[in-house]
Design a protein. Sequence first.
Length: 316
Amino acid sequence: MRVAEIKDKAVGPGTREDAVPGLGQALIRVRAAGLNGADPVQVAGFYPPPPEAGVPGDVPGMELAGEVVESAAPVPRFEPGARVMAIVAGAAQAELAVVDERQLMPVPDSLDWSQAGGFPEVFATAWDALVGQGNLRGGQRLLVNGAGGGVGTAAVQLGRALGADVTASVRNEKNRAAIEELGATRAVSPEEAFEHGPFDVILELVGAPNLDDDVKSLAAWGTVVVIGVSAGIEGTLDLRRLMSTRGTVRASTLRYRPPEEKALLARQLETSVLPLLADGRLRVPVDAEFPLAEVAAAYERFTGGGHVGKIVLRCD
């Protein structure tokens, strides 16, 4: 099978023996796989998949969509040919992939392969951060710091669907109108964003440089949820301010969670998010798609910045 292969801290097309499912796993013929912020980091030699996941460290990719080829689950949920999508620990950017069947979700009929391939990781991450950790509710104020990427655009839409007032921090001025079309009450520069607080929930996708302003901008009992650190991993904050607002700073990643937690998150998405996707209240904006043979160009487009939504590899 063809794969995206990491070699000498660069990514390009490669080949592997066909994947074979183990007990409890399904074999998926991948049609599309989205790129995420962790992928270039893995290419650079950092953030490998967890060893217990049993996936190769030199084939990147943490989300996919495709068709079930076969299932080795004791009681299969999905028949061969079913359209499915999932988050995975790695090796999604390939023609074939094995997935714990409990993590699979059905693909709504309204989604094409590129949209489905760009859905699982970003919407799972955004939902878990906003609802699972931030407890975002209707009528509250949400700030999304770094709203132009996949998780950011998902968070903006979810925040709007939940009834929040959404401020989106977007550095590229040309992209702000597109973020407002997705549901942001306002899309503004990073320097202006904190002026629209105080915020009940702040989703931090940029990293440590924002931490002090995040805490200063919290409403009483507010929560900062850190899920991105591209701009830095070490920051400072005013503990007195955090104490006075009874605020909380949380941080999370999905990749190293056990399959049981990922399966539970998949069920939450099926119940609460897929219906919104199916009826058009949510969408997966796709900035560009590339064939698997042009994986290097896809990564170059991703790391170049300035895009709104997902960069997707087509593996079919």
